[in-house]
Design a protein around this ligand. Structure first.
Ligand code: HEC
Length: 255
């Protein structure tokens, strides 16, 4: 966890400088865009005077950028002639302008919120906050698991039904529909790599055998669910499913 924090932790210098440059660039872009828009508006005004929905003499305003419907002009952009393909001198439609200006607005708000006024938490701060919140919960889970690891297996019907459903959801891809073994070992025979006593099964599931391909289930299953599925696995011994995988590990003496 520490290494993750180190890798993603923010650089403490340079951020402000970068922001100043960003704001500066943004100002230039908006300024240039403003000039272009006013030029465009003048041009539009001239052309719109000829268009049907324009009252001649009406003053063209900024708002026209958001109103107009993409009027078809019949003149071409000068100099844009490629292999005889020409480009109409049409104004961008209103929806395009809307998107463009809303994007600028959102970017500005985002920058103010996260970087200038620092109201919102950035990713690292948010992550650290969540880790802090999770610590007592994790400690409780750990405590519960340590307690359960040495408890006897569950034998009541409803726990075994729960265990079976957890097995069907999480384990059959590697251990097979009937635990006969595929990538993971057969869980029904007398042979065990990590021990076939109930408490050993619990610990194998809880800690996994990551380098051999058995996932670490304490990351995804609750300790009580691991108890249920371990209890269910224990009951599978001797069920002799079809197509069993060859035995792996040491023979356990059942009595
Ligand atoms: C991604 C494949 C995979 C999944 C999913 C998987 N396992 Fe495994 N499991 C393995 C492998 C591979 C081994 C053998 C580990 C070794 O060689 O040490 C193993 C070993 C085991 C063992 C020990 C067997 C022995 O011989 O000691 C048990 C018990 C077990 N798994 C139960 C489960 C349970 C319960 C689930 C579901 C919650 C599950 N496994 C899900 C791959 C998987």
């Amino acid at each position: 966890m520490k290494t993750i924090l180190e890798i993603t932790s923010q650089p403490s210098v340079g951020v402000i400088e970068m922001l100043v440059i960003l704001v500066f660039l943004l100002a230039i872009i908006i300024g240039l865009q403003g000039i272009e828009i006013s030029m465009e508006l003048k041009r539009m005004k001239k052309k719109m005077a000829e268009a049907v929905d324009e009252v001649p003499g009406r003053k063209t305003t900024w708002l026209d950028l958001f109103r107009r419907q993409g009027i078809q002009m019949d003149s071409f952009v000068e100099g844009h002639n490629y292999d005889g393909i020409q480009e109409y001198d049409n104004a961008p439609p209103a929806w395009f302008n809307w998107i463009f200006f809303v994007t600028i607005g959102v970017a500005f708000c985002y920058m103010m919120y996260y970087h200038v006024l620092k109201i919102g938490d950035l990713q690292v701060a948010e992550y650290e906050k969540q880790v802090k919140e999770a610590a007592p919960i994790l400690a409780k889970v750990q405590e519960r698991a340590i307690f359960l690891a040495d408890q006897p297996r569950l034998t009541d019907e409803s726990s075994l039904v729960l265990g079976k459903s957890i097995f069907k959801t999480n384990c059959v891809t590697c251990h097979g529909q009937n635990a006969e073994g595929i990538a993971g070992p057969n869980l029904t025979d007398d042979y065990w790599l990590h021990g076939g006593h109930y408490n050993e099964i619990f610990k194998t599931i809880f800690n996994g055998v990551e380098q051999k391909g058995m996932p670490v289930w304490k990351r995804t299953l609750k300790p009580d669910d691991i108890r249920a599925v371990a209890s269910y696995v224990y009951t599978l011994h001797g069920t002799n499913p079809p197509n069993p995988k060859a035995p792996q590990g040491d023979k356990m003496l059942y009595n």
